[in-house]
Design a protein around this ligand. Structure first.
Ligand code: IMP
Ligand code: MG
Length: 173
């Protein structure tokens, strides 16, 4: 397998993140906003999205693992790193790279809701259309994409290819 056709190029990602940043800026004006990025995949999108939000935001990280070494979700979510901050009474926006089955975010949302944030919403760069195994409400979506396995811009295949500046579909050699 190798990265093949580019699905979302660098310029399109940059343009869309400006739009999402504008929306988030308008929605959270005057509020105490904490971005919660889901590691590792969301490290790149959160770095770029945060720079497009014109508010004094705070950022924290949550490390989760939902895939082993394969490209299929197991449904089992492990927390590898928890938040360092209290979120009770704060406006929390989870930042994800991609939503596939939705199982990771469903687990994360329930885990964070217990801590009683003032609000809890989700922003994702990519949403695979129509294959979620649980209903999931996503407030900010960058791009809806077909349910193919993709890499780049934070997304990996067995740990590699996260550093590609674009999102590409994997293809056979
Ligand atoms: P879900 O729980 O099935 O929604 O998948 C969640 C996580 O699996 C995402 O945050 C990614 O880290 C990873 N993932 C899902 N689809 C892909 C893909 O196409 N390429 C790389 N990683 C993916
Ligand atoms: Mg992820």
């Amino acid at each position: 397998m190798r990265p093949g056709r580019i699905l979302v190029d660098e310029a399109s990602i940059a343009t869309r993140l400006v739009e999402m940043g504008d929306e988030i800026t308008a929605d959270y004006e005057g509020k105490d906003l904490l971005l919660v990025a889901v590691l590792k995949g969301a490290f790149m999108v959160v770095a770029d999205l945060a720079r497009r939000i014109r508010l004094p935001i705070d950022i924290d990280f949550m490390g989760v693992s939902s895939y082993g070494v394969a490209t299929q979700t197991s449904g089992v979510v492990r927390i590898l790193k928890d938040l360092e901050q209290e979120i009770s009474g704060r406006h929390v926006l989870i930042v994800e790279d991609i939503i596939d089955s939705g199982l990771t975010l469903d687990y994360l949302r329930r885990n964070l809701e217990v801590r009683q944030p003032a609000s809890l919403e989700i922003a994702t760069l990519l949403l695979k259309t129509g294959i979620q195994r649980v209903p999931i409400e996503v407030k900010y979506v960058g791009f809806e994409i077909p349910p193919d396995f993709v890499v780049g811009y934070g997304l990996d295949l067995v740990g590699k290819m996260r550093n590609l500046p674009y999102v590409a579909v994997m293809e056979e050699e």
